[in-house]
Design a protein around this ligand. Structure first.
Ligand SMILES: Nc1nc2c(ncn2[C@@H]2O[C@H](COP(=O)(O)OP(=O)(O)OP(=O)(O)O)[C@@H](O)[C@H]2O)c(=O)[nH]1
Ligand SMILES: [Mg+2]
Length: 367
C-alpha cells in the first residue's frame, strides 16, 4: 500500500485539492465525504494550506481538519517575499500539521506558480519534507498563469519554477492555464474544468501505481520517468468511447497535444514516458500495446507501460518528462520583459515624485 500525501497551497492549489477530494470520494455534495469511503487502495491524506482564510472557506469537499490557515495573514498579495517570511514564521506549526498524518512514500505539492502564497510556500515545503522524511518522493504540480494576467504573475512564475528546480523535487508536472483556456467558458468554468482534469489524472496515476497489474509500473518507474530530461513534464489522458473502443487509438490520443495539460510534441520533445492503460480484459490486447509502445520508445528515450484490468472501456494516462520545453523558454522571455517594464514603471514613478518634491525643496511649512 502506498502512503500518499497531497498538499494544495494557495487558492489554486486548494481548489485543485478540493477537486481531488471530490473525485476521490465520488460525491457531488460535501456530505458525500462523510458517507462514502475513499475509492482508492492507497492511504491518501490531503491538506489545504493558505494564508487567506476566505480561500479555505470556499472549499466544498475538503474536511475542516484538512484545512490549515497560516495565522495572522490575509493572503500575501502575490508577494513572494512576504510569502516566504510567512512560511518561515510558521514553519514548525505547518510541519507539525503534516507530521500528524504519519509517514509517506510520495507527496504531491500542488500550487499555482504565479500567486504569492502557493508559489513561495511550495519550494520551501518541499525542502522541509525532504529533510524530515528520508525516503519520500516529492512531485510538484505547478499551474502556469494566463500570459496576459500581468507582470507580477509572470515574474513570480519565472522565479518560483526556478526555486522548485533548485530544491530538488523528484519532478515537476506542468499545467498551463494559458494552453488550457481553450476548454472554454467563463473563467470560473475554465478553472473548474482544468482542476477536474488534473484531479482525474493524479488519482488515476495513484490508483495505477498501487494496483495489481498485468504489466507492472510502480513508484520506482514513475520516479525514473520524472527524473528524465529537464525533470519537468506533463500528462495526457484519453478515455475511449463506445463508438471507437480501439486501444491503439486511445493510446495515440493520450499523447496528442489536444489531451495534454501543457503544450508539447511528445514524439520530438519527451525524454521519458510512462503509459498506463486500464480497461476490461477484452480490450487489452497486449500485442497492440507492445507495438504502440515500441514505436513510442523508438522516438523517445524510454517508455514504461502499465496495464490494469478494470471493468470498462479503455482509459489511457500518459506521463512524460521533457527534454525540450520551448513554451517554457518563451514564458521566461516574457517574464524578463515584464520585469524590465515593471522596473521602468517604478523608475518613472520615482522620478515623478522627485520632480514634484523638487518644487518645495528650499521651502518650509508656514503655520
Ligand atoms: N487552474 C486554476 N488556476 C487557478 C485557480 N485559481 C487561481 N488560479 C491561477 O493561479 C494564479 C494565482 O495564484 P493563486 O493560487 O490565486 O495565489 P495564492 O497562492 O493564493 O497567493 P496570494 O493570493 O497572492 O496570497 C493565477 O495565475 C490564476 O490564473 C484555479 O482554481 N484553477
Ligand atoms: Mg490567495
Amino acid at each position: 500500500m502506498l502512503n500518499v500525501l497531497m498538499i494544495g497551497v494557495g487558492q489554486c492549489g486548494n481548489r485543485i485539492l478540493d477537486a481531488i477530494n471530490k473525485e476521490a470520494f465520488g460525491g457531488s455534495t460535501r456530505l458525500s465525504k462523510y458517507y462514502s469511503r475513499q475509492k482508492f487502495p492507497s492511504r491518501v491524506e490531503t491538506l489545504a494550506i493558505n494564508t487567506a482564510m476566505n480561500d479555505l472557506k470556499e472549499l466544498r469537499f475538503t474536511s475542516a481538519n484538512d484545512r490549515f490557515h497560516v495565522p495572522n495573514l490575509h493572503g500575501v498579495g502575490a508577494n513572494r517575499s512576504v510569502g516566504k517570511q510567512g512560511f518561515w514564521n510558521n514553519q514548525d506549526m505547518i510541519m507539525d500539521e503534516i507530521g500528524k498524518r504519519g509517514d509517506f512514500d510520495i507527496a504531491f505539492m500542488i500550487s499555482s506558480a504565479s500567486g504569492g502564497t502557493g508559489s513561495s510556500f511550495s519550494p520551501l515545503l518541499i525542502h522541509e519534507l525532504k529533510n524530515q522524511y528520508k525516503n519520500i518522493s516529492v512531485i510538484g504540480i505547478m499551474v502556469l498563469p494566463f500570459r496576459e494576467e500581468g507582470s507580477i504573475y509572470l515574474q513570480n512564475a519565472a522565479f518560483s519554477m526556478r526555486d522548485m528546480m533548485e530544491v530538488e523535487t523528484d519532478g515537476l508536472i506542468l499545467v498551463d492555464n494559458q494552453y488550457l483556456k481553450r476548454m472554454g467558458g467563463d473563467i470560473a468554468t475554465a478553472y473548474d474544468k482544468i482542476n477536474n482534469m488534473v484531479a482525474q489524472r493524479i488519482l488515476f496515476l495513484i490508483e495505477a501505481l498501487d494496483s495489481e497489474m498485468l504489466s507492472v509500473t510502480d513508484l520506482g518507474d514513475f520516479k525514473t520517468v520524472m527524473r528524465g530530461g529537464t525533470g519537468m513534464g506533463t500528462m495526457g489522458f484519453y478515455q475511449a468511447d463506445k463508438k471507437t473502443p480501439s486501444l491503439a487509438s486511445a493510446i495515440d490520443n493520450s499523447l496528442k497535444p489536444s489531451t495534454l495539460l501543457y503544450p508539447s510534441n511528445v514524439y520530438e520533445e519527451a525524454a521519458r514516458a510512462m503509459i498506463i492503460i486500464q480497461g476490461s480484459k477484452k480490450y487489452l490486447d497486449v500485442d497492440v500495446i507492445t507495438t504502440v509502445v515500441e514505436k513510442l520508445s523508438s522516438d523517445i528515450g524510454h517508455v514504461f507501460k502499465g496495464i490494469v484490468v478494470k471493468k470498462g472501456l479503455p482509459k489511457v494516462l500518459s506521463v512524460f518528462t521533457l527534454e525540450q520545453a520551448p513554451e517554457l523558454e518563451q514564458m521566461y522571455a516574457l517574464a524578463a520583459q515584464a520585469i524590465q517594464e515593471e522596473k521602468n514603471r517604478k523608475n518613472r514613478a520615482k522620478k515623478q515624485l522627485d520632480d514634484a518634491f523638487a518644487y518645495i525643496e528650499d521651502l518650509e511649512e508656514i503655520h
